[in-house]
Design a protein around this ligand. Structure first.
Ligand code: PAF
Length: 288
């Protein structure tokens, strides 16, 4: 265990560490997180280590991606626990800046990505991707990584970050990390701790329904019918569905039936007050 994992609070310290590593010819990876680390995050760190010599994990609960009614204050924070976990996977630095380091008092810039940021989460959480794009831009410019790893659990976020990188010519390679699931299929998420015992039992049905839908679509079932059936099943289990859609896997435009391009199932649904999101690739028809 790396008990000496340095905690960096300021951009100058971060830049200094990165500069030294780079002088030694080392490649740098960044794994941006909001803390509340679980095995899904740790898998991203392990993946980052395959692509770089040094891995920085940022831990910053970004206020600009939360709406006033959302869970910014309640978001799970435990820096010491996060630090210990990062030691077990031998990250090289934890960057845990104060909010003023990222957003000084007179901060006045926002980064907005259009297109892929607009549907789905963009409708339900209109402030969200602008907050993400702004903080990711800052983190990239502060850390100047060669590689950054983002989980496919937040599939739309991954596409938004890829677009940001392409549009603004960031010299950063984005590496997607596969969704990590609990043994019962529930996608790992920091927010899973909010689920009460009953809802925790119900939650994996989201995965089950997506799996069945992906199988049906791959077998050539009609798309609208498949979505209708999936919706009905989720509602029967007690989910309040925000969206359940089949979208083009590259740009998230609505999928066209019969499916001839790679598509992705994307879902957001509430159990009580907890909003779960999940997604799944649909194997190409015939590959089933
Ligand atoms: O996925 C997250 O944890 C956050 O949205 C990110 C990318 C760290 C930006 O705050």
């Amino acid at each position: 265990m790396n008990t000496k994992l340095p905690v960096l609070r300021h951009t100058v310290e971060l830049r200094h560490a990165v500069q030294q590593w780079r002088r030694q010819g080392q490649k740098i990876a960044l794994v941006p997180t909001m803390g509340g680390l679980h095995d899904g995050h740790l898998s991203l760190v392990r993946l980052a280590k395959q692509h770089a010599n040094r891995v920085i994990v940022s831990v910053f609960v970004n206020p600009t991606q939360f709406a006033p009614h959302e869970d910014f204050d309640a978001y799970p924070r435990n820096e010491e626990r996060d630090w210990h976990k990062l030691g077990t996977v031998e990250a090289d630095a934890m960057y845990a800046p104060d909010v003023h380091e990222i957003y000084p008092r007179d901060f006045a810039t926002r980064v907005d990505v259009a297109g892929v940021a607009q549907p789905l989460e963009g409708i339900s959480r209109p402030h969200f991707f602008s907050g993400v794009a702004t903080v990711v831009t800052k983190l990239f410019l502060q850390a100047l990584p060669d590689v950054a790893v983002f989980g496919e659990k937040d599939y739309q976020q991954l596409l938004v970050v890829k677009k940001l990188v392409r549009d603004l010519n960031f010299p950063v390679t984005i590496v997607p990390g596969p969704i990590m699931r609990e043994p019962d299929g529930l996608a790992m998420s920091s927010r899973n701790v909010y689920l009460d015992a009953q809802d925790r039992v119900t939650a994996p049905h989201l995965y089950g329904v997506l799996q069945d839908m992906a199988g049906d679509l791959a077998a050539g079932r009609e798309m609208d019918e498949t979505v209708k059936k999936g919706l009905a099943r989720l509602e029967k289990h007690g989910f309040r569905v925000d969206y359940l859609e089949v979208r083009d896997a590259e740009n998230l435009t609505p999928a066209v039936y019969p499916l001839w391009k790679p598509v992705r199932l994307l879902a957001a649904a509430y159990l009580g007050k907890v909003r779960l999101i999940d997604n799944m690739a649909v194997p190409s028809p015939g590959a089933h």
